[in-house]
Design a protein around this ligand. Structure first.
Ligand code: OXD
Ligand code: MN
Length: 665
């Protein structure tokens, strides 16, 4: 193999210093310089005066475990170059330049340092049907449904089949390309809650996006080698696959959609992703690590890795609380995390919009970090009206994917304010587009990938190694019928049952289409790293943590419609009224709740609807007929999906709900 190694002077110096330290070398002479070169050097041992003339690449100088991972993957993928990433501005500029030359991205001169990528039409979303958890025993990865029921909580593949699939896909898949080595941290590098990963990829688009979404580069390498005996990292191997000849018009976006496969081996903390460059399939720190592998690590270590936003809310008296909320993909987590509250005196600050890692500390306080470093948000629907904070965040240092482009060098998507007179639009495929066209301008799952610290309301503790204290957990979804705006669980077990019963209208974030209502327990259905029954047991076990102060649990639904199909609640900034009530509950204000069969709902006196035209009674009604059907359907779902894996406590919750409904008016 004749491979060229690239890295920056910084990475190389780091590697050389390590080697000098370990091998007792006193001096080295770099034979080349520059910002991003092929580095090699001669080492001089002062004691023996011997001059080592061996060419040493940055890879050969990496911590042993990492070196082995890279070298083994090089043997399989056979790249022509290897580039160890340092995460610097210079490196990023170099890669963007490469992407511009390849036509993978185009510049957006209207904004500062923003680019637009157009993917292949066959590679636009997560592919849940091709995503697998690979374990020795099937039941460790997925719950076993009853009889012939099809399981919907993830897919299992045996390790043997996975290894065979990897062999047939990865053999020589990086020939004539560069393999990038991306050291990254999920969470602040110095936080006890954080974990390190290393992703190998053949996509420069992925490197640039990972630089936005994670803390990546030389600092992470340094952290890895600071404790070489316990050098731990999650291994993530990614290839877009070879370009396929049939997709000539998208040759700038190599992918292999027919053979795409996303595999997770939780027993080895490994991720292997092939064939797709789309974010959820290729930015392996996000769904693959922070949720699927993360949830298995969390179970092992006694914490929670969840599909949730984190926000800080300060009331008019200056009391601040942090809240996490789990909504299925594309249900408005980013909007809520960046909410501009309509209620006077309230302030919202954003910690994260998609993923949370949280753990009870030794004082029993639940503390959370956002393991990510950026936002990979759904663009359509984002506007000055719906999310002005996001609009103030995303027009700098951002990679947009599959949005429409305007003739003045900007972007456009459905819901966004119209461009100025005379400005024309090209849709996400690059074709000329006019308002009223049958096809959308932007792909419904088009995204912005933007640094979190650009958010004008980013919380002062968003990057804090100790995380933030959590006082409430919200579950929610798009429920057009029957489900009140907000209700509170009776206790922790009931809250876990509410999470298990979550449902929502399908979205464009994955391959599902249509407005069907799908079960999405804990908003984790596509992201469980292990058997959902065991996941429920893990959540239930939090009650046994000595002195754990269990946060209150709520269900919210911004999407209830009236008999004319109109939304009953204005949503967005008005959702601060729901937070106001939740804070009253947390602060144990008296007379704030009515008891209903499904949980506590707000009293009219303590839920602020001042200035709004809403029908309070309808918004909070708990229709007996609807809920009796709902309870039956949820019970059926849980019994059929989980069968033997259904925890006794959840069975009890089902019975209790049915009993409460039977005895209600
Ligand atoms: C996401 C998703 O991209 O949930 O965040 O699909
Ligand atoms: Mn998500």
């Amino acid at each position: 193999m004749n491979i060229t190694f690239y890295c920056s002077r910084r990475v190389y110096s780091y590697c050389v210093l390590r080697l000098m330290y370990h091998k007792n070398i006193n001096r080295y002479m770099p034979s080349s310089g520059g910002s991003m070169r092929q580095y090699q050097c001669n080492f001089v041992h002062m004691q023996s005066s011997t001059k080592e003339t061996k060419k040493l690449s940055a890879v050969s100088l990496l911590p042993t475990k990492l070196k082995e991972f890279v070298e083994e993957s090089m043997q399989i993928c056979r790249p022509s170059n290897v580039h160890v990433c340092d995460g610097s501005e210079v490196e990023n500029a170099l890669l963007i330049d490469k992407l511009l030359k390849a036509g993978t991205v185009v510049p957006l001169p209207k904004y500062k340092n923003c680019f637009l990528a157009r993917s292949s039409i066959k590679d636009v979303a997560r592919v849940e049907s091709r995503t697998f958890i690979c374990t020795k025993n099937r039941r460790d990865a997925v719950n076993i449904p009853k009889g012939t029921t099809k399981g919907i909580m993830g897919n299992w593949m045996s390790l043997e089949d996975a290894n065979e699939a990897i062999k047939t896909r990865f053999d020589g898949c990086m020939e004539d390309r560069t393999m990038y080595v991306i050291p990254f941290s999920m969470g602040p590098l110095n936080s006890p809650y954080s974990k390190i990963g290393v992703q190998l990829t053949d996509s420069a688009y992925v490197v640039c996006s990972m630089r936005i979404m994670t803390r990546m580069g030389t600092d992470v390498l340094e952290k890895l080698s600071s404790n070489e005996e316990n050098c731990y990292f999650v291994k993530a191997l990614h290839s877009v696959g070879k370009p396929i000849s049939g997709l000539v018009e998208h040759s700038h976006w190599p992918c292999d959609p027919e053979r795409t496969l996303i595999l997770h081996k939780p027993e080895y903390d490994e991720i292997i992703s092939y064939g797709s460059g789309y974010g959820g399939n290729s930015l392996l720190g996000k769904k693959c690590f922070a949720l699927r592998i993360g949830s298995t690590i969390a179970r092992r270590e006694g914490w929670l890795a969840e599909h949730m936003l984190i926000l800080g809310v300060t009331d008019p008296k200056g009391r601040k609380r942090y809240i996490v909320a789990a909504f299925p993909s594309a249900c408005g987590k980013t909007n809520m995390a960046m909410m501009k509250p309509s209620l006077p005196g309230y302030k919202i600050e954003c910690v994260g919009d998609d993923i949370v890692w949280m753990k009870f500390d030794t004082n029993g306080q639940l503390r959370a970090i956002n393991p990510e470093f950026g936002f990979f948000g759904v663009a359509p629907g984002t506007s000055q009206a719906t999310n002005p904070v996001a609009m103030d965040t995303i027009f700098e240092n951002t990679i947009f994917t599959n949005v429409a482009q305007t003739s003045d060098g900007g972007v456009y998507w459905e819901g966004m304010e119209d461009p100025a007179q005379g400005v024309t639009i090209n849709d996400w495929l690059g074709n000329s587009w006019v308002k009223g066209s049958k096809t959308p301008a932007a792909h419904p799952n088009s995204r912005f990938c933007t640094p979190a610290n650009q958010c004008p309301i980013i919380d002062e503790n968003w990057d804090s190694p100790e995380g933030v204290p959590i006082d409430a957990i919200l579950f929610g979804g798009r429920r057009p019928e029957g489900v009140p705006l907000v209700y509170e669980s009776f206790d922790w077990k009931h809250g876990v049952f509410i999470g298990a019963s979550m449902k929502s209208e399908a979205t464009a974030a994955a391959e599902h289409t249509g407005k069907i209502i799908m079960h999405d327990p804990f908003a984790m259905r596509p992201f469980f790293g292990y058997n959902f029954g065991n996941y429920l047991k893990h959540w239930l076990s939090m009650e046994n943590i000595p002195n754990a102060k269990l946060p209150k649990i709520y269900h919210v639904n911004w999407f209830r419609k009236d008999e004319n199909g109109k939304f009953m609640w204005p949503g967005y900034g008005e959702n601060s009224r729901v937070l106001d009530w939740i804070l009253r509950r947390i602060n144990e204000e008296p007379n704030t709740a009515n008891i209903t069969p499904i949980g506590y709902t707000p009293t009219k006196e303590t839920f602020n609807t001042f200035g709004l035209k809403v029908d309070f009674d309808k918004l909070f009604s708990v229709p007996k007929h609807f809920w009796t059907e709902e309870a039956k359907e949820v019970a059926n779902f849980l019994y059929e999906q989980l069968d033997e894996d259904l925890p006794k406590e959840i069975e009890e919750q089902i019975k209790n709900l049915i009993d409460r409904l039977n005895f209600s008016k």
